[in-house]
Design a protein around this ligand. Structure first.
Ligand code: PDD
Length: 285
């Protein structure tokens, strides 16, 4: 049975209840993080908590715990759940007022919710073939750098992929690559890994940073620059990255093969570096 944390209490997930007046429910007014945990050790926790603090500050939502307090709650939730590898979901909303009003209420207590699931990374068969994706216009707001729970646009965009039997939607804004509906996107052209620069148009992924660090460490040619939609559509390789998907090849885009239509050599190498890094840093470090 999955154990969650709600406002200071640990309880079975199916017993957890929040008010319908919660601003997370009424307005999507809140921040979240998804933290991968390997062998019961949270991966890049400091970075996830720093991103949470940035989102909360931008939402003008008082941080109810601070990094040390959050780390303790994450540690506890991991300890209380059964799996060695977990995906910890952490959410803070502005809380429940007694009336519905767009403007911030006089200070109320934020609602804090954490739950955990078994971390299931892409299975071997999927790594072998890669996944299919569709392309779509990125119609989200202009603060995609914030990890907020207002994810309706992301949900609509992800559903476009699912409707076509695909795993992810690759987003383009004004002719440039931004990211995926729930992942960052890298491409490879002529042996060079290309990543779009961080901006208000994409989430600064923790996995994105790890991938660029690994490229740097291993002398893999890479460049962070704006990427044209045409460059994506004629790329040798496309990858999606996230805390739960790690590094996963996209091998068809809108029904057309990417490169050879199989996961390419640079992506396979990056996947191996990522696994090696994870296993040395997390499992035996
Ligand atoms: N999503 N971009 C978007 C829009 C995302 O939702 C995510 C992750 C990422 C990758 O970020 P990171 O490497 O820090 O996981 C990029 C999480 C996993 C989710 O919403 O479930």
């Amino acid at each position: 049975m999955s154990i969650c944390h709600l406002d200071g209490r640990y309880l079975p997930l199916r017993e957890a209840r929040v008010s319908p007046m919660d601003r997370g429910f009424l307005f999507g007014d809140g921040a979240y993080e998804v933290i991968p945990v390997y062998s019961r050790r949270p991966f890049r926790l400091e970075e996830h908590l720093a991103r949470l603090a940035r989102t909360l500050a931008a939402l003008r939502l008082p941080d109810p715990h601070g990094a040390a307090g959050w780390a303790e709650i994450v540690r506890e939730i991991v300890a209380r759940n059964a799996w060695e590898d977990q995906s910890v979901y952490l959410q803070v909303t502005r809380g429940a007022d007694d009336k519905r009003s767009h403007a911030f209420p006089v200070p109320i207590r934020p609602t804090v919710f954490l739950m955990s699931e078994e971390l299931v990374t892409p299975p071997a068969a999927q790594l072998e073939t890669g996944v299919a994706a569709v392309g779509a216009a990125d119609f989200r707001w202009l603060r995609c750098d914030l990890k907020t729970v207002a994810l309706l646009a992301n949900c609509l965009l992800r559903q476009q992929a699912v409707d076509h039997g695909c795993a992810e939607t690759v987003l383009f804004r004004d002719g440039f690559l931004t990211e995926g509906s729930a992942s960052n996107i890298f491409i490879v052209r002529d042996g060079v890994v290309l990543a779009p620069p961080k901006s208000h148009l994409m989430l600064p992924g923790i996995t994105y940073d790890v991938v660029l660090e690994l490229a740097e460490r291993h002398g893999q040619p890479h460049q962070v620059r704006e990427i044209l939609e045409d460059e994506v559509r004629s790329a040798d390789e496309i990858w999606m990255t996230s805390s739960t998907k790690e590094v996963l090849a996209i091998t068809t885009l809108d029904g057309r093969p990417v490169g050879s239509g199989r996961p390419g050599p640079v992506g396979r190498q990056m996947y191996a570096w990522y696994q090696d890094f994870k296993n040395t840093v997390m499992r035996s470090g």
